[in-house]
Design a protein around this ligand. Structure first.
Ligand code: NAG
Ligand code: NAG
Ligand code: NAG
Ligand code: NAG
Length: 549
């Protein structure tokens, strides 16, 4: 189990990198090199693999819902979210954010695993929740096997629950279709599952460090008949375990240990997994502790020795900032920036709710009419209010602007744009029967047990909006350049409003963000609407726009 003390120690062990920050990771078509990070967004605990022409990437999401997002890429560098493996967090009632004492902050989906199974063309996701149960989710026949990796239908369903924890697991569909799962912390275990992944056949310990190092984050591969388990020694190193049998014995070599780069003031690149291109060039994709922004993916090529050990291609002694482009292709994915008018039949995969939402309290209105958020909870506590909708922040600096129709807010309702994390702040509307007050609220804070410490302090007020006001634009602008180690600087966010959609006015002072890792998820943009008196009010989110600044 990952204790707070062990992570505190690991945090102290992290140290400063030495290269310069990257301003822009997006690439012109036909680029021959790429720049790390490959996607400057909080997608931690990654598992990466390829089906045909398409790379897939799975990530952890704690108590955000839907959980375990899946991203796709054609070149390993440009990524877009396309699905979530866990449509609803069916892990117990606290995942519905029932009350101030019945909620699941920092619980839920930790490091988990996603793979495509060639024999039945289904995707499988496996994850342990709260160190007790392991959940298996699968798609139907996806179409990917017959169409170069392109999925025609995801259709994720909960398939099985196992009454044991495959902590930080990594799945392998072996060449003979046997299912193995490597897992565990300190003691690395391998389990064999039955043919439909609904029960364990056998499990045994395969590796423990003779010197007693804490290791976790298993990823398992069979490459040319040799078995590999990649594990991390958090939060600084990645080890490779290699054997001729899935059951061991495994020999160990160090892939990376405390190498600097590619960004300064971040942690060390570690954990993650490996993947090859169609022409068999291998890459290691790790993540970098980049608080306040969370944990972001970085990639580097691997070479192999004749006896089957991988070596990371470095830039001097550091993780490189730029490397040759893994794949040249004309296929593209949408850029992470842009405007969402909520015009689909479902929310895009960029969005995740804080805990499972009350599905009776939100509605896509159709066309470009927007997303209606009715108040779902009577509370004074944003952390207890259901249906806060969140969106990852694009680094190094970006703004998120929500256009809101506030005309149907009710007396006592609080709605707005939040910079969401355990130390949060928001710009919003506090509605009374007579007026709508623009407020900037700071000190919205959870304590270290994730109980609400403070529901916030009004740090600034804007002009009272006239009763006829319908449209308000609320903007959060955040600098998530890493300030995790080697600096005392705290990055800041600023909060802005507009009543015409073009002239924005800053409200209050810049808000310093916490650089602590213990909440694990980095800061996010979010939009909320809760009642302090009675349900019945609503807002419409007409659009959301994220832009680099
Ligand atoms: C990022 O790079 C792309 C492609 O070269 C360019 O179109 C875009 O304007 C750049 N954005 C920023 C913020 O520099
Ligand atoms: C695996 O076998 C293929 C085909 O013989 C070879 O090209 C490749 O270098 C081998 N090793 C790895 C790590 O792919
Ligand atoms: C929503 O709007 C975007 C941007 O105009 C457009 O690309 C997309 O096709 C629209 N989606 C639907 C489902 O209408
Ligand atoms: C923040 O909230 C805590 C707990 O309620 C309180 O002790 C502290 O004074 C508040 N800080 C500010 C700046 O309002």
């Amino acid at each position: 189990m990952r204790t707070q003390n062990s992570w505190l120690l690991l945090g102290l062990l992290s140290k400063l990198g030495s290269t310069t920050p990257v301003a822009n990771s997006s690439l012109a078509k036909g680029a021959t090199t790429f720049t790390n990070p490959i996607l400057w967004e909080d997608y931690p605990d990654l598992d990466v693999f390829r089906v045909g022409d398409v790379f897939y990437y799975s990530s952890s999401t704690f108590a955000f819902s839907p959980g375990a997002p899946i991203l796709k890429s054609y070149d390993l560098v440009n990524w877009t979210p396309v699905s979530h493996s866990v449509p609803t967090l069916n892990f117990g009632s606290k995942y519905n954010l029932n009350s101030a004492t019945d909620r699941a902050y920092v619980k839920g989906i930790w490091a988990s695993t996603l793979r495509h199974r060639a024999s039945n063309d289904q995707f499988y996701w496996i994850g342990c929740v709260e160190s007790s149960k392991t959940y298996v989710y699968t798609t139907g026949s996806s179409g990917a096997g017959k169409n170069s990796g392109e999925v025609s239908s995801w259709d994720w369903k909960q398939k099985a629950t196992l009454n044991k924890c495959y902590y930080d697991c990594g799945m392998l569909f072996d060449d003979d279709d046997t299912i193995y799962v490597a897992y565990g912390n300190s003691k690395i275990m391998v389990a064999q599952l039955n043919a439909d992944a609904s029960a364990e056949v056998k499990s045994q310990q395969v590796y423990v460090d003779p010197a007693g190092a804490y290791i976790e984050g298993s990823r398992m591969y069979n490459i040319n008949g040799t078995y590999y388990i990649f594990v991390t020694k958090p939060a600084s190193a990645e080890w490779v375990l290699k054997s001729t049998s899935p059951w061991g014995p495994y020999e160990k070599k160090v892939l990376v240990d405390s190498i600097s780069g590619p960004l300064p003031n971040a942690g060390y690149s570690h954990q993650g997994g490996i993947v090859n291109t169609k022409d068999n060039k291998w890459y290691y994709v790790a993540f970098l502790d980049s608080y306040p922004g969370g944990r972001i993916p970085v990639a580097a090529p691997l070479t192999w020795s004749p006896d089957g050990w991988p070596t990371l291609v470095k830039d001097g002694n550091a993780w490189g900032k730029t490397y040759p482009m893994p794949v040249q292709t004309t296929k593209t994915v949408p850029a992470p920036v842009g405007t969402d008018t909520f015009n689909g039949t479902a929310l895009s995969n960029d969005w995740e709710w804080n805990h499972n939402p009350d599905t009776t309290k939100f509605k896509l209105l159709g066309g470009t009419a927007g997303l209606q958020l009715s108040t779902a909870t009577v509370t004074t506590d944003l952390f207890t209010a259901r249906n806060t909708l969140t969106h990852r922040i694009l680094g190094p600096k970006s703004s998120g602007t929500f256009a809101l129709d506030i005309s149907a807010m009710a007396d006592g309702d609080h709605a707005g744009a939040v910079l969401f994390r355990d130390v949060a702040a928001y710009i919003g509307i506090h509605k009374s029967s007579s007026s709508a007050h623009l407020v900037f609220v700071t000190n919205v804070t959870l304590n270290s047990n994730w109980a609400t410490q403070s529901t916030g302090t009004v740090a600034a007020t804007g002009p009272a909006l006239s009763s006829g006001t319908t449209d308000v634009w609320l903007r959060v602008q955040a600098d998530i350049t890493p300030a995790f180690s080697g600096t005392a600087v705290q990055r800041t966010a600023t909060f802005w409003y507009s009543v015409d959609g073009s002239r924005f006015v800053q409200l209050g002072n810049a808000f310093p963000m916490t650089n602590s890792y213990t909440f694990f998820t980095g800061y996010r943009f979010g939009v909320f609407n809760f009642a302090t008196k009675a349900l019945g009010g609503r807002v419409v989110v007409k659009s959301f726009s994220m832009q680099l600044v």
